[in-house]
Ligand binder design. Structure first.
Ligand code: PBG
Length: 327
């Protein structure tokens, strides 16, 4: 049996290639920090920046010029308190930023908002703490999440992406949006999100690391999923599909390719995967040390997500990948 015949020539290899990453698949995360002048490189994520309230527009403009179709916004507000008030105000950082982005760019790029409270709370957890149960209170957090979703929608967000792993978040947001004139706004649910060590650098970037306190540990294990579980991972995504999620998600990506494949095989909804901060940092660190070739490694990884079943990829590599795809 000769399988190498089809590998001898680059043109023929292209003919038989099964999977591609394209610019249509890429979503670039953008960090916006209140009160920052210009931009700040994130030490654990070389090449990725916290952007001030003007600089983030330049970042989005660059994405548009590279042919990227969507960004997902993360805010770092000055005010952090127990219930994430900044996220609940129409004058809050994300509301202002979405309005500015839509005024400046219109429909040139899709503006997705991450919907969570960890960047907005002083304790760094993803909602309101219930001291008796020693966890994030599901009901109370659903209530404020619905408010936050309406603020994002009113500001002009094209899609809302709840990432807090609260039970019944999708049906709660769908009802709130539908009952307030936003039935046209899609929900991309972080449907299967693990309590992963790969989020470390993001928490530097978003200044959102959970603080250990008398009620809760310095991790999100009471609401995000155990990384060891595969059947539960599928169940999480299927429940969100049933509740009306328009797009499902698996996060992180690289250590969870089996989950990506299983979710894809069990849904007819589009599937997004989040190539998270720690995955980016590992690739950057290795290539900055000269241990691996950055571009080749990045494109291999991004293509492997498509092979595993991803329809779209949130990745800090998005701009670098678009540059390569543009030749
Ligand atoms: C907010 C949120 C997180 C990420 C995306 N949205 C952090 C977390 O759950 O701690 C992580 C993204 C990354 O690591 O790149 N909840």
């Amino acid at each position: 049996m000769n399988l190498r015949r089809l590998r001898l020539n680059a043109n023929i290899r292209d003919l038989v290639r099964e999977n591609y990453i394209t610019k249509n698949d890429l979503i670039m995360p953008v960090f916006i920090k209140e009160g920052l002048d210009g931009k700040n490189e994130i030490p654990s994520m070389p090449g990725i920046y916290q952007n001030g309230e003007n600089a983030f527009l330049d970042e989005i403009n660059e994405c548009i010029n590279l042919g990227i179709k969507a960004v997902i916004l993360f805010g770092i507000p000055k005010l952090k308190d127990s219930c994430g008030s900044d996220a609940l105000s129409e004058e809050g950082l994300i509301a202002r930023s979405v309005r500015k982005a839509k005024e400046t760019f219109g429909d040139k790029i899709a503006i997705i908002t991450d919907l969570c409270f960890c960047e907005f709370t002083d304790h760094g957890h993803c909602g309101i703490i219930n001291p008796k149960l020693k966890t994030v209170d599901n009901e109370a957090t659903l209530e404020i999440s619905a408010k936050q979703a309406l603020i994002h929608a009113k500001a002009g967000a094209d899609m809302i992406a709840p990432s807090g792993m609260m039970d019944d978040i999708v049906i709660t947001l769908r009802d709130a949006l539908d009952n307030n004139g936003f039935s046209h706004i899609p929900i991309m649910s972080y449907s299967t999100k693990f309590a992963s060590a790969f989020y470390g650098p993001f928490r530097d970037a978003a200044e959102s690391a959970p603080v250990a306190n008398e009620y809760l540990p310095k991790n999100r294990k009471t609401y995000q999923m155990d990384t060891a579980n595969a059947r539960e991972a599928l169940l999480e995504s299927l429940i969100d599909e049933e509740q009306g999620a328009d797009i499902l998600m698996v996060k992180p990506a690289l250590s969870f390719m089996d989950i990506i494949k299983t979710v894809k095989e069990n849904t007819l909804k589009p599937l997004c995967i989040y190539n998270v901060s720690g995955e980016y940092s590992m690739v950057k660190a290795a290539s900055m040390n000269g241990w691996m070739d950055y571009s080749t490694l990045m494109m291999e990884i991004l293509t492997s997500f498509k092979r595993a079943g991803a329809d779209m990829v949130i990745s800090y590599h998005s701009k670098d990948a678009a540059k390569i795809l543009n030749g």
